[in-house]
Design a protein around this ligand. Sequence first.
Ligand SMILES: Cc1cc2nc3c(=O)[nH]c(=O)nc-3n(C[C@H](O)[C@H](O)[C@H](O)COP(=O)(O)OP(=O)(O)OC[C@H]3O[C@@H](n4cnc5c(N)ncnc54)[C@H](O)[C@@H]3O)c2cc1C
Length: 455
Amino acid sequence: MSDYDVIVLGGGPGGYIAAERLGHAKKNVLLIEGDSLGGTCLNVGCIPTKALLNAAKTYEHALHGAQLGVNAGDVTVDWTQMQKWKDQTVATLVGGVGAAEKKAGVTVVKGYGTFDGPGKVTVDGTTYTGEHVILATGSVPVMPPIPGAQDNPRVIDSTGMLSVEQIPSRLTVIGGGVIGLEFASLFAMLGSEVTVIEMLPEIAPFMDADVAAQLRKALAGVTFNLNCKVTAIDGGTVKFTTADGAENSVDSDEVLMAVGRRPAVQGWGAENSGLEVSGKGVVVDDRMRTNLPNVWAVGDVTGRSLLAHAAYRMGEIAVANILDAEAHRKGEVMRWNTIPWAVYTNPEAAGIGHTEASAKAAGINAKAVTVPGYLSGRFVAENGVKAPGAAKLVYDADTLQVLGLTVLGSYASEMIWGASVVLETELNVIDLRQVVFPHPTVSELIREAAWAVKA
Ligand SMILES: Cc1cc2nc3c(=O)[nH]c(=O)nc-3n(C[C@H](O)[C@H](O)[C@H](O)COP(=O)(O)OP(=O)(O)OC[C@H]3O[C@@H](n4cnc5c(N)ncnc54)[C@H](O)[C@@H]3O)c2cc1C
């Protein structure tokens, strides 16, 4: 007989939600966390970045309030207070996770665990047994082998960037993905001179390229170097090759390495346990099963999607399938194409599903329409008619099924879940036109996009 019904290794969004749901289902659950409950997301990811971004957006609003008739006088930034705000936010939410696990009856053990094969996890010399094991060890930042990057105190990852002692006058960000862009936007709003160096021809490669270009142009105060490859870093000087092969460099007080994250598949026994691990991460099917019996993996460690809400859903799918062997027949499987994304830059962007290019590459007879932000009354009332904003809808020209949506502009991250419902339920453009959107809202751009389709 096992000590526990389920052992969960890793207390980030994937692990803690799975443990909590199982606890509420009256399972005897052990959750093992080596660092702090909440994982990357709560401690050094989603939450602290949003606490700082919102503070910076508040500063921006105050600075530019005069055109709306609000004069705030001398507006200044207090970085120490912003840090306090961020730390308090994190502490509150991490405490909340601890309380939620307790309420669900989950036993939490602090320490780094080693997976010793199906049913066995060891922490500090004690081996625990469980009928099922859920692996949720998350991901770690990638530090590429750029000469001069290692052991360079000026080169820091996103965790270090969250608590720099002062706002850097000059910041260079290597990588134009979500994390790089959010930090670039944050520090540009706070007055840093920000340079982004990106190897690809456009930022945010998961986004429709034309909307990504609009976002890039909208990020005031950030200088972008696209098609550029960093070749070396010397102190705070970042050397790079430009698109036409010329050598260039930029001097910085801090260099943020934001070239991506990789699944944390080393150091906890994945190597010796017979677990199948590919170059992407722990291999799972759409029920979150690994190749080993009763061993499941969820979240970033699978490499399937490195987003907190994807980790939540993967955790829930694993739980549903642990509790009911027939759950997959009732729809409890991961639908990888319906995971939304959001970038909390100023302006925000969010999207889901296919881009126009990815739909066409998949052989679909795809078409797209784009409508500008000023078609929403609320958008204009709050941002003015010239502010950057758009909604781009990608659809199947044969069936009119909605395949993807990208929104650029205020509240994008809050409205994209509506598009998730559209994709989950496989609605077509005509169905979407029948949905009543509240007025005035920025989400009406989605409705405008549906009506812009010639059908
Ligand atoms: C700067 C930044 C901003 C981000 N912003 C967003 C955002 O806005 N929205 C979004 O959706 N996603 C965001 N993410 C991504 C998000 O943080 C991750 O997708 C999410 O945390 C993944 O959850 P997880 O449970 O898979 O892993 P993690 O959150 O990484 O949790 C894994 C946990 O496992 C623990 N662990 C690892 N190995 C062991 C072991 N052997 N024993 C015990 N414990 C172990 C770790 O200490 C960690 O706490 C951001 C990430 C970063 C870095």
